[in-house]
Design a protein around this ligand. Sequence first.
Ligand code: AMP
Length: 291
Amino acid sequence: MQIIRTITELQRRRRDISAAARVAFVPTMGALHAGHGRLVQLARQAAGPDGCVIASIFVNPKQFGPGEDFASYPRPFAEDARLLRQWRADILFAPTEREMYPEAAAPANSSPDPAGYRDPLGDVLEGKIRPGHFRGVCAVVARLLALVQPNVLILGQKDYQQQLILRRMIREMNFPVDVLTAPTIREPDGLAMSSRNRRLTPRERPAAAVVYRALCQAKDEILNGRREVKHLIEEMTGSISAAGLEVQYALPCHADTLAEFAGVVNDRCVLLVAARLGATRLIDNVVVPRE
Ligand code: AMP
């Protein structure tokens, strides 16, 4: 696996890849775990034996708000590179901030690119709690797509709202790339793997599993015909709060538009949860098909 730090070198390497070869791309912020591993595995399949798998590691300052964990976000680079090698990535692109945002003196979320892609879906749920977050995500992914020029982009369902917004951006901006969304990889007790889980203390860790349990319970209720939004919200909020977490949102939304249902869930839905457990913020989701 080749490690590339500069845009010039990436562009040179990209030109050397035959037009017939499929390029699959996995953008990450590092601190890799088995969830990222699944994405790289899917990328390997999508690229095929003669294709090229490119992963990136970039802790994107534009998607962190003031007071968020940009400075303390884990950056175990040597271990990440080892994992990517093990997962058979071909190229790791790991640029510096200067390299990605040469125009910005301090590329913080507080000064989002006014010309960048802005999606109305970026102002609800995660976007309401983290203003400007999705504009930061779109800014970096648009730049990465322009540089890497992949045939396939691999995203995780773990960040449901993010993959929805990025799919819309790709459609609107006509990036010639297919998007695959990989299912969420979980710990044995159901906790969705996340780079931030390493912050959970040994006392907190068992309680974190309540999020997925609550999501599964709500999904079962819907499938069993209990579709009242109020009831589902109360059930999820109640069980998650009872385990000592602070619920930020726990609700069913339309799986394609994130619109809230009036009264009852009557279409394909995604159950979305965000909750705080001590110093850690957990998000998770489960999709419920329309019967
Ligand atoms: P991150 O490094 O957290 O920015 O995540 C990089 C990519 O990995 C995103 O597309 C995430 O949705 C995806 N991802 C993160 N956690 C998981 C997981 N547990 N299972 C599958 N994909 C994940």
